[in-house]
Design a protein around this ligand. Structure first.
Ligand SMILES: Nc1ncnc2c1ncn2[C@@H]1O[C@H](COP(=O)(O)OP(=O)(O)OP(=O)(O)O)[C@@H](O)[C@H]1O
Ligand SMILES: [Mg+2]
Length: 373
């Protein structure tokens, strides 16, 4: 087991385009410390540099700048095989001509482990993963979930210092993905080995991670526990990326009318939470962006103190109704309990209120969350 530290890591790829060499900055000045035993998730949209970061930790890619430390040792110049790290890929990469047992024992055989130790480790691991009755099968005779377990098993038998996972569940169907997600979490609790897990699925990140690193264009946007990232997003990008349905954003003017208020695009006003008044004083007569999550918006049956919105459509999803609405030209979505379905009339207007304690305020220029610094 080991902690992993990335110090000022930058990776620039050179790509040839029509006789010109262009530079692609995949990772841009990344500093990160992954604690011993931690389950850390790298989260971000396609192309933000997640896989490149993982490959740099694994030693499959050399950083252009910066150092990599594993267990306190500078391993930047070490080849992958000397780093004591196991990587599990999205496509499993099982050897098709080898049985499950042979796939799982391959690395140990290469490391010249004695035969009975190999057998012991493979059987123990297979039992832990519930695949002990599949050891004689060939990969093509397995289901997707079983193949995924073999790929995990192959990493576990090596008892590595750390696991690196690159979207290991993305080839599985939705139901199996949820099951394997829970199994992975239990496995990590059992093994307690440092893990770095890459995904672009924010739900996977929220459920698996002790901490989440949100990335964009090779840069870290925020590092924090899932609750911190959800309740205190550092900027508009993080706020927008985390949460389904996503946070709603409204451009409002900050006005002083017997206290600081937000003036919405449809002419309605709402009193700003007093905890923000001091910070908002420098935005008077300017616009800011108000963010609110769908679960923090509620319909009300009286008109006072409420915003009047236009209901454009509604979707019943079992435990709640998702209601799409408009304030002027801006769109929002709220979650309504099925008991209040009678209030929702598509094509009509409806008074709503926000849970003002849960509002997020963003500076439109810097995109930063005004409330969290
Ligand atoms: N070998 C390479 N040569 C040139 N450019 C590369 C190479 N590998 C990655 N890149 C570029 O670096 C950037 C980051 O790529 P990376 O694979 O790390 O993204 P990612 O976050 O894993 O994306 P995804 O979610 O799609 O897997 C992208 O712009 C990509 O095109
Ligand atoms: Mg990737």
């Amino acid at each position: 087991m080991a902690e992993i530290k990335l110090e000022n890591i930058t990776k620039v790829f050179k790509v040839q385009r029509r006789r010109r060499t262009e530079s692609v900055v995949a990772v841009d000045g990344m500093n990160l410390k992954i604690e011993d035993g931690e389950f850390l998730v790298l989260l971000g949209p396609s192309g933000c540099g997640k896989t490149t970061t993982l490959r740099i930790i694994a030693g499959l890619e050399t950083p252009t700048e910066g150092r990599v430390f594993i267990g306190g040792k500078d391993v930047t110049e070490y080849p992958a095989r000397e780093r004591g790290i196991a990587m599990v890929f999205q496509d499993y990469a099982l050897y098709p001509h080898m049985s499950v047992f042979e796939n799982m024992s391959f690395a140990l055989k290469n490391l010249k482990f004695p035969k009975d130790e190999i057998k012991k480790r493979v059987t123990e691991t297979a039992r832990m993963l519930g695949i002990e009755n599949l050891l004689d099968r060939m990969p093509k005779e397995l289901s997707g979930g079983q193949r995924q377990r073999v790929a995990l098993g192959r990493a576990i038998v090596r008892k590595p210092q750390a696991y690196l996972f690159d979207e290991p569940l993305s080839n599985l169907d939705a139901r199996l993905r949820i099951q394997m997600r829970a199994e992975l979490k239990e496995l990590h609790m059992k093994l307690g080995t440092t893990a770095v897990y890459v995904t672009h699925d924010q739900i996977e990140a929220m459920t698996l991670g002790d901490r989440i690193v949100v990335m964009r264009n090779g840069k870290i946007q925020q590092v924090g526990k899932p609750e911190e990232i959800y309740h205190r997003p550092a900027n508009l990008f993080v706020a927008n990326f985390i949460g389904t349905p996503p946070m709603c954003f409204f451009r409002v003017k900050v006005v002083d009318e017997n206290g600081i208020k937000f003036l919405f695009k449809n002419g309605d006003t709402m009193t700003a939470p007093s905890k923000f008044w001091e910070k908002l004083s420098k935005y008077l007569e300017d616009e800011i962006i108000v963010g609110v999550r769908p679960e923090d918006i509620k319909p009300v049956d009286r008109n006072d103190g409420a915003l009047n919105v236009f209901i454009s459509s509604s979707e019943f999803v079992g435990t709640k109704i998702l209601v799409n609405f408009k304030i002027g030209e801006e769109r929002g979505i709220m979650e309504v309990e099925p008991e209040k379905a009678n209030l929702i009339m598509v094509g009509k207007s409806l008074p709503i209120t926000f849970n003002v304690e849960k509002l997020h305020l963003f500076d439109p220029e810097t995109q930063k969350n005004i409330g969290v610094d």
